[in-house]
Write a protein that binds this ligand. Structure first.
Ligand code: ATP
Ligand code: MG
Length: 410
């Protein structure tokens, strides 16, 4: 039977925290593999998943969603016979090298002390057999490209070649809780992913301006949540939808062009902070990256975040766009983010946004209309939905506004 060996992530944590860490990763592993017929063997620094009849591809696929998992390897079981092990191991080694000259070493552990060769002798003998049969493989015991690990146990021999990198970081849930400001763009899903990778458990908030903007732009956010849910506890994530249209329209009507985005953002932060506190979450998480656009200069960030004393986390602050795009492809949100539907921030793009907006002027413009009542309306009208991994949740086609569409789903 095949097995997968799983290694934990950043175990620099000490004492009680380390216990909490492994317990949480173990729970997550079980959640991600809940649909499969597998068994587990939990050791203090590793886990074995015994695959029974489950194909390994499916299990390996799901393991990429486990936060706090450092790496994993597919282990092959075979007869305790050096000829057999050599033959099978070579097939796997050759598959890994793809015909390129590669250095390797063999590392043997002999749990079965009745086996007639010592670990050292076995490693040397096996290396020789491999060298004889595969011209691209060269031994290097100090700094090999690949390691062939062999374990000889009573019932059989097990071996694996190299390992697949896991997410790393900390298991979700041990790093506190945050409210992710999720747009349909490229950045905020990546910011959410990076925050989760550091152990933060998230709920999402999205400001939607239907019918001023199309319901498809809300659908984008829902579809992104489906991707993020794959990393979450119980494979689900909450999405809070804020009916932002009335406030949005008032801003467009009363605020001078250069300050529209600044004021729009300040309103979002006021609402998000209030909601964060009522949900008992501890931080706001967003996709801001320093200098990307006018609203993300240091002066803009300062003027925007001045409306709240909530802790704001910006996982992408120092990232280049190209690196953000790379991650968004890896987590499969990119193709959703680039769907061409406008959200509240793109429907009307100011001609000359203020690059260094001042707090004083932002306040002056905000007092040109009764925004408090509109803010309350946003909070009152908030709708919460739960999105599950691998399940589609459709609102488009059901109405022109979120409210209409949600009524249809009930
Ligand atoms: P993104 O790709 O995440 O939209 P961006 O580079 O396009 O980011 P902005 O549109 O300026 O940047 O938005 C900055 C951040 O503000 C976003 O990353 C997101 O966290 C938040 N944000 C913007 N629009 C919305 C929205 N409609 N709902 C919720 N959060 C939003
Ligand atoms: Mg955006």
């Amino acid at each position: 039977m095949e097995r997968v060996l799983l290694r934990y992530g950043d175990l620099t944590l000490k004492g009680k925290n380390q216990k909490l860490f492994t317990k949480r990763v173990n729970e997550l592993i079980k959640e991600k593999l809940q649909d499969f017929d597998v068994d587990y063997e939990f050791k203090h620094d590793r886990v074995y998943v015994i695959l029974k009849d489950t194909p390994h591809e499916k299990v390996l696929q799901q393991l990429q969603y486990v936060t706090g998992l450092y790496s994993y390897s597919l282990i092959h079981k075979c007869k305790k016979d050096i000829e057999v092990i050599a033959k099978e191991a070579i097939t796997h080694l050759v598959k890994e090298t793809l015909g390129v000259k590669t250095t390797f070493k063999v590392e043997t552990k002999r749990a079965d002390k009745t086996f007639p060769m010592t670990s050292q002798d076995f490693s040397i003998e096996l290396s020789k057999m491999i060298l004889r049969q595969s011209p691209d493989l060269v031994v290097d015991v100090k700094n090999p490209d690949l390691t062939l690990d062999v374990e000889i146990r009573e019932e059989a021999a097990y071996f694996y070649v190299g390992s697949i990198k896991g997410m790393g970081g900390y298991p979700i849930g041990i790093g506190g809780k945050g409210l992710l400001l999720l747009s349909g763009g490229i950045d905020s899903p990546v910011a959410g992913y990076l925050a989760m990778k550091k152990g933060l458990e998230l709920e999402c908030i999205h400001f939607e301006s239907t019918p001023l903007t199309s319901i498809e732009s809300v659908q984008k956010t829902i579809d992104i949540c489906e991707r993020l849910a794959r990393y979450c506890p119980n494979n689900q994530i909450k999405l809070h939808l804020v009916p932002f249209e009335a406030l949005h329209a008032a801003i467009l009507a009363h605020v001078p062009d250069p300050y529209i985005i600044t004021v729009l953002r300040r309103m979002m932060y006021r609402i998000a902070s209030t909601w964060m506190r009522s949900l008992h979450l501890q931080s706001l998480v967003n996709g801001e990256s320093l200098g990307q656009v006018a609203s993300q200069t240091i002066e803009s960030l300062d003027t925007i975040s001045a409306v709240t004393d909530a802790l704001i986390l910006r996982p992408l602050l120092t990232y280049d766009k190209i690196d953000i795009m790379k991650i968004s492809r890896e987590i499969a949100t990119y193709s959703i983010s680039v769907r061409p539907f406008e959200d509240c921030c793109t429907i009307y793009v100011p001609k000359s946004p203020a690059i260094r907006p001042s707090k004083r002027l932002a306040e002056v413009y905000e007092h040109q209309f009764e925004y408090l009542e509109l803010l309350q309306g946003c909070i009152k009208g908030m709708k919460t939905i739960t999105i599950h991994a691998n399940q589609s949740f459709r609102l488009d086609q059901l109405g022109l506004t979120v409210e209409e569409a949600l009524n249809e789903t009930n």
